[in-house]
Design a protein around this ligand. Structure first.
Ligand SMILES: Nc1ncnc2c1ncn2[C@@H]1O[C@H](COP(=O)(O)OP(=O)(O)OP(=O)(O)O)[C@@H](O)[C@H]1O
Ligand SMILES: [Mg+2]
Length: 371
């Protein structure tokens, strides 16, 4: 049974009325006031509170947050591995809340899922692991063979079809997991820490494969990860969860370039380059002599789309300008980065220097004197 035929009119809660936000009508996955409470051993655990979120078709959408923030609970309500305690989940505007078993089986075929620990059957070969869900669905043999062959080719495991999981590397196991998740041509692929058990090089190759699947098959990818570089590499938008609530969301370049919430700042800190400790220890809040350099931090948060013109910047600051640390990287075409500059012998005061630097960077901070 097609889920689209089950569509019915639903009243909208006031804050997110779809007629005021046309993108909500196009959303493929929508959470409305979603809450989840578990019955823990020490009483109820409220894992999610009032989640309102819309994910568009074809997006690569990242979910980040500290351990226990509610990421897995949220993603698992999309295919109803978890039943929400309150609120609703809409897939293509259809509320999946009251689906019976048959409709849930149909829904889960539209939504593939891959896991951190691959969840493969150790006694079955690669071929049979991928074939199994097709068998369960009663797909005829010839069709099964065509599909398994096509998917093993897609994930680059054509030669390994007779291998058992124990004979595969972590990356190869995850490729089997991806092939198996794609057997029913899903529209959405959920990835719960799909690369966390892999080394950096293998992570890169799995990310490349996921991105290729997103682009070639037009699949929506929703992924949870603790690796911020994964988000930076392939996601379009990201949401930050903390204690079961959304604390920040937006395009990756924006959230990474200028994180607003403390949790986002903490999670992204490993990607930011602070002043090296040996330089930090030389910094003073006041100049100890007229020779002391003023240390400025310039952040490029991507909103200007342009790399800094260093010659023009240095000449506007005057004096002798040294680059202590820094660099610029690109996310979704936006230039993001930080430059730590030491300005010495300029005729301008600290405030004037800060303002001039502000013509080149979105955020400028005076870190102190010295170095
Ligand atoms: N089956 C359960 N029974 C009771 N409490 C649960 C259950 N599943 C999750 N929780 C609790 O709900 C909260 C959210 O858990 P969840 O697994 O969604 O977090 P997470 O963000 O995925 O964390 P991690 O990054 O560690 O995977 C946690 O406090 C967790 O202990
Ligand atoms: Mg989790």
């Amino acid at each position: 049974m097609s889920v689209a035929t089950l569509q019915r009119k639903l009243p909208e809660p006031a804050p997110q009325r779809a007629e005021l936000h046309p993108e909500l009508n196009r959303a493929q996955v929508r959470f409305i006031g979603l809450g989840k409470t578990y019955q823990g051993q020490q009483g109820p655990v409220q894992a999610l509170h009032g989640i309102d979120l819309a994910i568009q078709r074809g997006e690569v959408f990242g979910i980040i947050g500290r351990s226990g923030a509610g990421k897995s609970s949220l993603i698992r309500t999309i295919n109803r591995l978890e039943q929400p305690s309150s609120g609703r989940v809409l897939i293509d505007q259809v509320d999946i809340g009251d689906f019976d078993e048959d409709r849930l089986v149909a829904l889960r075929r539209r939504i593939g899922m891959i896991f951190q620990h691959f969840n493969l059957m150790s006694a079955k070969t690669v071929w049979h692991n991928v074939e199994l869900p097709l068998k369960v669905a009663g797909v005829p043999k010839a069709e099964r063979e065509r599909k398994v062959r096509e998917l093993l080719e897609l994930v680059g495991l054509k030669d390994k079809h007779q291998a058992y999981p124990a004979q595969l590397s972590g990356g190869q196991k995850q490729r089997v997991g991806i092939a198996r998740a794609l057997v029913h041509d899903p529209e959405i692929l959920l990835c719960d820490e799909a690369t966390s058990a892999l080394d950096p090089e293998t992570t890169q190759s799995i990310l490349g494969l996921l991105k290729q699947i997103n682009q070639r098959l037009g699949l929506t990818l929703i992924l949870i990860t603790h690796e911020m570089a994964v988000i930076r590499e392939i996601c379009d938008r990201v949401v930050v969860l903390e204690h079961g609530r959304i604390v920040e969301q937006g395009p990756v370049w924006k959230v990474f370039g200028h994180p607003q919430h403390e949790v986002s700042k903490t999670l992204l800190a490993p990607l930011q380059h602070g002043l090296a400790p040996e330089l930090q220890s030389h910094l003073r809040s006041h100049p100890e002599s007229s020779e002391a350099a003023l240390v400025l931090s310039l952040r490029f948060t991507g909103s200007l789309r342009e790399e800094p013109d260093l010659a023009a910047l240095f000449s506007a600051l005057g004096g002798r300008v040294r680059l202590l640390q820094g660099g610029v990287e690109r996310i979704q075409g936006h230039a993001l980065g930080q430059l730590l500059l030491a300005v010495q012998g300029s005729s301008l005061g600290a405030e004037e220097l800060r303002q001039r630097a502000g013509q080149w960077a979105q955020q400028v901070e005076v870190l102190g004197y010295g170095v």
